[in-house]
Design a protein around this ligand. Structure first.
Ligand code: CUA
Length: 184
């Protein structure tokens, strides 16, 4: 029966063809993964700016005197926070409601994360970069702000509070301060 041999030859031929197709697809997927991995490790996410992690305590916008909430001439707020093992500085952040608020965070040590419970504020904080998130709180209240990137043994205890005050109350309590925070 010559036909059986012929059939087997045809089957083996198509199996080899399929094997080549599958190998090609796998190679393509691996190539895309390698390319995108290298690409994303070479460029930082869009919402960050570079900063020297070694000197950020000593000079520039993240010196201790500059941390906390700074009201701007246009009546918006900028909140500067350092995320470090294992605390946010300041630990308690106070902001006015119904006001544009820009959070600027950086880390002197390892990768941290911050999110503000009950809002869509959520960002990674990488050493060497400033993470910037803009938001607005519609109502007064208090939010937890935990670190959500595992940053070693003290990670579980790393969190801050965000107190949102009525705008008038904020102005009454903190209106004459250059930097406001509720950290005691
Ligand atoms: Cu910082 Cu987890």
């Amino acid at each position: 029966m010559a036909d059986a041999g012929l059939l087997r030859g045809v089957t083996e031929g198509s199996e080899r063809r399929w094997a080549r197709v599958v190998a090609g697809v796998v190679a393509l997927v691996v190539a895309v993964m390698i390319y995108s991995g290298l690409h994303w490790s070479a460029i930082a996410p869009a919402n960050v700016q570079a900063i020297d992690a070694a000197t950020l305590h000593l000079k520039g916008e993240f010196m201790e005197a500059n941390l906390g909430t700074a009201m701007q001439p246009d009546r918006s707020a900028v909140v500067r926070v350092i995320a470090q093992q294992y605390a946010f500085v300041p630990r308690c952040i106070v902001v006015p409601a119904n006001t544009p608020v820009t959070f600027r965070l950086t880390s002197p040590d390892v990768v941290h994360g911050f999110l503000i419970a009950g809002t869509n504020v959520n960002s990674m904080v990488l050493p060497g970069y400033v993470a910037e998130v803009r938001t607005r709180f519609d109502t007064p209240g208090e939010h937890l702000m935990p670190c959500h990137e595992y940053c070693s043994v003290g990670h579980e205890g790393m969190w801050a509070r965000v107190k949102v005050l009525d705008r008038l109350e904020f102005d009454r309590l903190h209106g004459n301060q250059e930097r406001a925070s509720c950290a005691g």
